[in-house]
Design a protein around this ligand. Structure first.
Ligand code: ISE
Length: 341
């Protein structure tokens, strides 16, 4: 391997192009050497101005390339299984944007392929684990500084969602973050999901039930309430309040710079997740690059991706069918060792 980790990015949409820039401008010890997208022009635009980075149309031209040491996968979730299996087959570390796969059976096939390969190569891009406030909340809960966690109140608000957004996507594209955050913060599996619809906002396309309240129950009985609202208009907000035995702690309180001007006081709200979580994405990439250079991962594993997919599946059923139990296969011992964070 060369001194710098040579990274191939598969997918040159908004996030893929953002990750190419991140690797080029802000991450040390790595450089983007190739970017692939079925839309070759999009790949060219992403590679434009990045010295030594070529554009390809075929993902295999990146995943199979001898000058690619590690892969960042930023394509739609439905394409992940095949591409992840190719990475595992080649033994190349891969940072896969969430979801691991949209459904749990595909996720399980990926987990089984990785177990058969005998090395954890797949990291799922759950970036909140790298957000400073969420990491502090995790530390506080692990140390039981406020006693045991009993309830989590979460709010996840997007200014707007793409026009093709569906009720199911509210779970597997958006609430999937709270599902991972809850499993990670509490260190246990989610066993059942319920979902309720509030009156739909007039700002959502007809037919989309936005907002919704999604309730998760964990193995020990902790209740996690998630308000998901993807047409909240005012900006991007992600909040998680842990209610513990002797106090509460909140990540995402938006307590940024406070200004007084023109007879008003207040601060600002992030426009979207790239803005709100930029430092978390940077930290995630920097740590992944170090881990991938050693051939491994440093974040959510393929097992975490599978567990999140299983909870999402239960969540989508719960949207129409009431409280739904989560169906998880037993965790292979292979994933028992703790991966930080
Ligand atoms: C998007 O795909 C993300 O991952 C964002 O973090 C989330 O806030 C948004 O709802 C999703 O659509």
């Amino acid at each position: 391997m060369s001194e710098q980790l040579r990274v191939g990015v598969v997918g040159a949409g908004r996030m893929g192009a953002d990750h190419v820039r991140r690797l080029h401008e802000r991450i040390s010890g790595a450089r983007p050497v190739a970017v692939a997208d079925p839309d070759l022009d999009a790949a060219k635009r992403a590679a434009d101005g990045v010295a030594g980075c070529r554009a390809e149309q075929d993902p295999a031209a990146v995943i199979e390339a001898s000058d690619v040491d590690a892969v960042v996968l930023v394509t739609p979730g439905a394409t992940h299984e095949e591409l992840l299996l190719a990475c595992v087959e080649r033994g190349v570390p891969v940072l896969c944007e969430k979801p691991l796969t949209p459904d749990s059976s595909a996720a399980l096939r990926v987990v089984r392929a990785e177990v058969a390969r005998g090395r954890q190569l797949i990291q799922v891009g759950f970036m909140r684990r790298f957000d400073a406030e969420h990491a502090e909340l995790k530390r506080l809960l692990d140390a039981e500084e406020l006693g045991r966690a009993l309830v989590l109140h979460c709010a996840h608000r997007n200014a707007a969602a793409p026009p093709e957004f569906t009720d199911a996507m509210m779970i597997f594209d958006s609430v999937v973050h709270e599902i991972d955050t809850a499993r990670w913060l509490l260190g246990e599996e989610i066993t059942a999901v319920s979902a309720r619809r509030a009156p739909a906002t007039r700002n959502a396309p007809a037919g989309l039930h936005d907002p919704q309240l999604v309730s998760l129950e964990t193995a020990s009985g902790v209740l996690v309430e998630v308000e998901i609202f993807v047409h909240a208009q005012f900006g991007y907000q992600v909040r998680c309040e842990a209610v513990c035995e002797s106090g509460t702690a909140t990540a995402g309180g938006d307590a940024g710079l406070l200004r007084n001007t023109a007879g008003r006081w207040g601060g600002s709200v992030a426009a979207d997740f790239r803005d709100r979580f930029q430092p978390a994405f940077d930290a995630e990439f920097q740590r992944w690059v170090r881990a991938a250079a050693r051939g491994g991962i440093d974040g959510a594993s393929a097992w975490d991706g599978y567990a999140a997919a299983a909870v999402c599946e239960a969540g989508v059923s719960a949207q129409t069918g009431g409280r739904t139990a989560v169906d998880l296969v037993p965790r292979p011992d292979f994933y028992a060792r703790e991966e930080a964070p």
